[in-house]
Structures are given as C-alpha cells and as structure tokens.
Design a protein around this ligand. Structure first.
Ligand code: KG4
Ligand code: ZN
Length: 344
C-alpha cells in the first residue's frame, strides 16, 4: 500500500511517501525556522498561513521527484494532533479533500506515535517491546511500547518539556529559536566543571520529570554572571550552556536506566527533536551498553518533525484496515494511551 504522509502540527511542513512493502520512497521538508526566528518562538497564525502556502507545491514536488502519480496513492496519513490547531487544520483539510477526491482513505495520525515509530524507518529497526524516551518541544515521556497502539506512559514532565527548556535557556543566553541545536553548539566550547546544575527529581521514585527548577537555576546563574549588557561574557555563556546540557542529559539518562532496569525491556528508543542531541545519544548508548541493552534512534533528520514518520505510522494503520470517518480531525490535545491498538 502506497501512503502519502503529511505533517503540519507545528513549524515544519513535512511530506513523504511510504510503501508497506518497499518502505520509505521519498520525503521533503520545509522548515519555518526563519519565519519565526525574529519573534523568538513559533507564531501560530504565521505557521498556519505558511503551511497553507507550502503544502501543495511541496506535495507536487515530492510526487514528481519520486515519479509517482496522484492516481498511484492508496491512502493518506496526516497529523491530527497534538499540535497547533490552525496548523493541524491545514494538513487535515488538505489530506481529507485529496483523499475524498481520489476515493482513497485518509487517517489522522498521532504526532507522538509518529515520533516513537520513527526508528522503524531505519535499517536497524527496534523490535517490540521497547522502552521509548520521547523528548520534543512539547513532550517528555517515557513509554512502554508493546506494539503499534499499545502504549503505557510510565512517566512524563510535570512542567516544561525537555525541548522547551532548551528553547527557554537559549533565550536567556541571547540565542535564537529553536534553542536546542544552538545550545548544543555553544556547549561544545563550554567547561563542564565550572557550574553544576541540579538533576531534577532523580532522588524521587518513579519516572516523572520536571525541568522548571533547572530553568530557574540557570536564570539565576545568568543574572549573577551578567555584565553591563545583561548577558554573561561569551566563555561564561558557553560554560552555562554546557552545564545545562549535562544536567538535562544526565537526568534523562538516569530515568531511562531506572525504567530499563525496572521493566526489563531489551531495547531503548529515543525519539523527538531533543533525541537529535549528540551528547544525549552518546550518553544513552553508554548507559544501555552497561546494562547489555540495545539503543535505537532515528537518523537526525527524522528526530525532529518530518513527514516520513507520519507516512510510516499511517501506513501501518491503514494497511491493517484502520479507517476514519470523513471528519477532519484536529486534536490539540490527544492522550497517546487512547490510541487503538493494532491487531497483529
Ligand atoms: O520533535 P520536534 O521537532 O517538535 C516537536 O514535536 O516539538 O522537537 C523540537 C524541539 C525543540 O525544542 C528544539 O530546541 C529541540 O527539539 N532540539 C534539540 C536539538 N535539536 C532540536 N534539543 C537539544 N539538542 C538538539 N540538538
Ligand atoms: Zn514533534
């Protein structure tokens, strides 16, 4: 079954073609990073308008490059949530209209299910069951995954998501949006010994996270070290970025280790934008290695938002016969555990 996938939940327009037997055929992405950069974060109305302008040309180019005709499509998968409602509606109405016109099914996909299944796009695919660390701009979750749609959330962030804390700390340090990659680059030059920030909630039992206290700690340090322009000098900023990154990476790795030990799951999957962080990838690989477990990630470009993960998740469900009614689904909030399991 050949499925077109469409992702428009936030600030990336992502499209892809996935075939149930042949795998990923093609994918394309338009990032709105530059559009939102001057505002220091995503402006929802601008995001929706840009998706509306970009989506059709992007799909046309995707099909042309792959030599696929509209008539070859057998299903359409679109992100139905969670995300920005206006942005979701653009992808949802496009997908629904195209599917209706072609007489093929369309299915609303859960964005975080896309992220957690993204490692299935790689050659070294994880096998079920596995433990998934989902770390994006909006979510931080540890999930026991026993199959497609069989998810048990073991823990999640009680306040800021991991990616959100990267973005907020980036702002404090005078860096642009999105903050994660810029913090990571600055941290490379930082001294890991100069500051030590707290590892939140690691002393408490369970798998929940909290990043707002760490954020406040960084804010206080920035204020203490600030020069006349309100910012610490370049070297100090790099040292702060490094200490912050170390604290987040350590906290995530400690909770993952605990969850692997307690569940006995053989594999750890890390996905979502923050899983593109190289220090996190290294640390999780070391930790899993010590426990004799496997770790799987999507390639870097499939950690952040993309159409390929939506095409894959939608194709698995469509090929198994799952169907939506004709409604356009746009669910800004949508619990992962409410998804129907896929019969295997
Ligand atoms: O999954 P994603 O693209 O979008 C959401 O679903 O939210 O994640 C975006 C988040 C942003 O907060 C961004 O700062 C963070 O992922 N991010 C990173 C890195 N690359 C992206 N955080 C840390 N290190 C990175 N290299
Ligand atoms: Zn995402």
């Amino acid at each position: 079954m050949l499925v077109l996938g469409i992702e428009t939940s936030c600030d990336e327009t992502g499209v892809a073609l996935y075939h149930s037997a042949r795998g990923l055929i093609a994918h394309r992405l338009h990032s709105q990073e530059k559009l939102h950069a001057e505002y220091g974060g995503v402006v929802p109305e601008l995001a929706s308008r840009d998706h509306a302008e970009r989506l059709l040309p992007l799909v046309r180019r995707l099909l042309a490059d792959a030599g696929v005709a509209l008539g070859d499509l057998e299903g359409i998968a679109y992100t139905a949530g969670p995300g920005l409602v206006g942005a979701l509606l653009v992808g949802g109405s496009f997908a629904r209209a195209l599917a209706f016109a072609r007489g093929i099914p369309a299915l609303g996909v859960h964005h975080m299910e896309g992220h957690l299944l993204a490692p299935l796009l790689e050659e070294e695919r994880p096998e079920f069951p596995f433990l998934a660390l989902l770390v994006s701009g909006g979510h931080t979750q540890l999930v026991e995954v026993s199959g497609v749609g069989r998810y048990r959330v073991l823990g999640e962030s009680l306040d800021d998501a991991a990616g959100e804390s990267f973005d907020k700390v980036a702002k404090m340090l005078g860096l642009g949006y999105p903050g994660g990659p810029q913090i990571a680059a600055l941290a490379e030059r930082g001294d890991p010994q100069r500051f030590r920030f707290p590892r939140p909630m690691v002393d408490r039992p369970g798998f929940d996270f909290s990043f707002s206290g760490l954020k406040t700690h960084v804010l206080n340090t920035v204020a203490e070290c600030a020069g006349p322009d309100g910012l610490p000098d370049e070297i100090t900023r790099a040292d702060i970025a490094r200490a912050f990154e170390e604290a987040v990476v350590d906290t995530l790795a400690i909770k993952c280790r605990r969850a692997l030990e307690e569940t006995g799951l053989p594999t750890l999957v890390a996905a979502g934008g923050v899983a593109a962080n190289r220090r996190l990838r290294r640390r999780l690989a070391e930790m899993a290695g010590e426990l004799g477990r496997r770790v799987c990630y999507p390639r870097l470009e499939f950690c952040t938002d993309n159409g390929a993960m939506i095409a894959l998740a939608g194709c698995l469900r469509l090929a198994a016969g799952q169907r939506d009614d004709l409604q356009i689904r746009a669910l800004p909030r949508w619990p992962l555990e409410s998804l129907p399991p896929l019969e295997t």
